[in-house]
Design a protein around this ligand. Structure first.
Ligand code: AMP
Length: 212
C-alpha cells in the first residue's frame, strides 16, 4: 500500500490532475464525504487528508509515504527524514511583509527602529529580517494575522498573499516580497528504499505532468 498525505482545498484540487497522470483517481470527494482515508481506483494507493501543517509530520514519521506541502510549511517544519524530489508548481502564492497603509515601513527600517512583526511563519520571518539586518520582535500567531497591525499588536505581518484582496480589505499594503511559494512533493526516505519501484513510477508520472 502507498499512502499519500494531502490537505483539503487548493492542494487537494491541484494534485488531482497529477494523480490522474499517474493513472490514479480518488474515489471520494473530501468536500462532501467526512472520510479521512480516501480510496482510489488503484487498490494499492490511498489518500489521507490531514491539516496542511501536519503533512510533513506524517511523511517524516512514515504515517504517509509521500505528501504534498507548501514551501512555507516545509521550511517551518524542516526536511528531516524526507526527500523533496519535485516542485509541483501548484498552489502558488507569495510570502510578503505587509503593514497598515498609514505606516511608513521604509522610514522605520531606515531609522533602524525595532519593529514588531506578527506571523505564523517565524522561521521564514526570522531569516528574512536577519538577512536584511532589520531588528524585529516576532510575535507568533496561528491565524488572522491581518488583524495584528489593525489592533496595535504589531507593526507588520509576514503572511501568504495570493490575489492581495485580503490585505486590501483590511487596509494593509504589501511592502516587501519575502519569497515565491509553491507546493512540493515530499517522500519518506525509508519508504523510497522499501517501495522504490511504485514510488519512482509515481514521482516520474508527477514530474511529467507538472503545470508550466
Ligand atoms: P488573497 O486574499 O488572495 O491574497 O489570499 C490571502 C489569504 O489566503 C491569506 O489569509 C493567506 O494566508 C491565504 N493563502 C493564499 N494563498 C495561499 C496558499 N497557496 N496556501 C495557503 N494559504 C494561502
Amino acid at each position: 500500500m502507498i499512502t499519500l498525505a494531502l490537505s483539503k482545498g487548493r492542494i487537494f484540487e491541484e494534485t488531482l490532475p497529477l494523480l490522474k497522470a499517474a493513472g490514479i483517481e480518488v474515489l471520494d470527494n473530501p468536500e462532501t464525504s467526512r472520510k479521512l482515508i480516501l480510496a482510489t481506483n488503484s487498490p494499492d494507493v490511498q489518500v489521507v487528508l490531514v491539516r496542511a501543517s501536519d503533512v510533513p509530520t506524517y511523511v517524516q514519521y512514515g504515517g504517509a509515504d509521500l505528501g504534498v506541502a507548501g514551501r512555507d510549511v516545509l521550511i517551518e517544519h524542516g526536511l528531516d527524514g524526507m526527500y523533496q524530489p519535485l516542485d509541483l508548481n501548484i498552489a502558488r502564492c507569495r510570502m510578503s511583509v505587509a503593514v497598515r497603509d498609514d505606516f511608513d515601513y521604509a522610514a522605520a527600517i531606515k531609522q533602524g527602529s525595532r519593529i514588531r512583526v506578527a506571523t505564523k511563519y517565524t522561521q521564514i520571518a526570522r531569516q528574512h529580517f536577519a538577512d536584511k539586518g532589520v531588528h524585529v520582535d516576532l510575535i507568533k500567531l496561528y491565524g488572522s494575522m491581518e488583524l495584528a497591525p489593525l489592533t496595535g499588536l504589531a507593526d507588520a505581518i509576514v503572511d501568504l498573499v495570493s490575489t492581495g484582496n485580503t490585505l486590501k480589505a483590511n487596509h494593509l499594503i504589501e511592502v516587501e516580497k519575502v519569497m515565491e511559494i509553491s507546493s512540493r512533493l515530499v517522500v519518506n526516505q525509508a519508504a523510497l528504499k522499501l517501495k522504490r519501484e511504485p514510488l519512482r513510477r509515481m514521482i516520474d508520472a508527477f514530474a511529467a505532468a507538472i503545470p508550466a
